[in-house]
Write a protein that binds this ligand. Structure first.
Ligand code: GTP
Ligand code: MG
Length: 197
């Protein structure tokens, strides 16, 4: 898919104030610092579209971007951010879960996972919760440029195996890098196909 335009629409913590659910929507979620905002910039070819940072906890709101005037891309705050209070974490949970379960136009959730790590409980639990809610999701392994392909493939295989404890089949998997843009065409192609159906 060719990106002709990518524009910021709004930031929200209030699910009641999101843009009207008139366009298909795709949300990017995952641990704090996993590379959600960077991947959104790589996908859209716009360096500063989503704000990124070396420090975890950068994205705090639900950020909507409209792509080619016909679908929404959503950057969400990360989970598992250690340096936050219990209260903040509970609030995050509440508003993100509300967003994910109430957003009628949400087509697919892209769950980002750091390809450098062995399967983490927090990511597996989040995938299980999505499954329980009946929310379609795909897995996006990030930061592939940081280690060998062999290592990434090993971690992906372990993650898939762990998921098969709960799921009958594993969802689609992408291996990406915001640095080299590896995997970005595949994600855009998949979004394009869903949009057409
Ligand atoms: P929060 O908004 O805090 O939840 O983080 P995030 O998931 O949006 O991560 P962000 O995109 O801000 O990236 C975090 C850090 O990882 C930044 O320093 C990025 O430059 C770096 N980073 C993200 N993706 C990649 C990648 O594919 N390769 C490399 N080498 N670095 C990456
Ligand atoms: Mg972010």
């Amino acid at each position: 898919m060719l990106i002709k335009s990518a524009e910021f629409v709004c930031s929200n913590t209030n699910v009641g104030q999101l843009p009207a659910p008139t366009l298909p929507e795709y949300a990017f979620i995952g641990r704090s610092n996993v590379g959600k905002s960077s991947l959104i910039n790589a996908l859209t070819n716009r360096k500063g579209l989503a704000k990124t940072s070396q420090k975890p906890g950068k994205t705090q709101l639900i950020n909507h971007f409209v792509i080619n005037g016909d679908w929404y891309l959503v950057d969400l705050p990360g989970y598992g951010f250690a340096q936050t209070s219990k209260k903040n974490r509970a609030e995050w949970e509440k508003f993100i879960r509300q967003y994910l379960t109430k957003r009628d136009n949400l087509q697919c959730v892209f769950v980002l996972i750091d390809s450098r790590h062995e399967p983490q409980r927090i990511d597996l639990n989040f995938c299980c919760w999505l499954g329980e809610q009946g929310l379609p999701f795909m897995l996006v392994f990030t930061k592939a440029d940081k280690q060998s392909m062999v290592k990434s493939d090993q971690n992906i295989a372990k993650f898939k195996k762990a998921l098969l404890t709960w799921f009958e089949e594993v969802p689609l998997v992408f291996l990406t890098s915001a640095e080299t843009k590896a995997g970005t065409d595949s994600i855009l192609g998949t979004i394009g196909e869903i949009n057409e159906n």
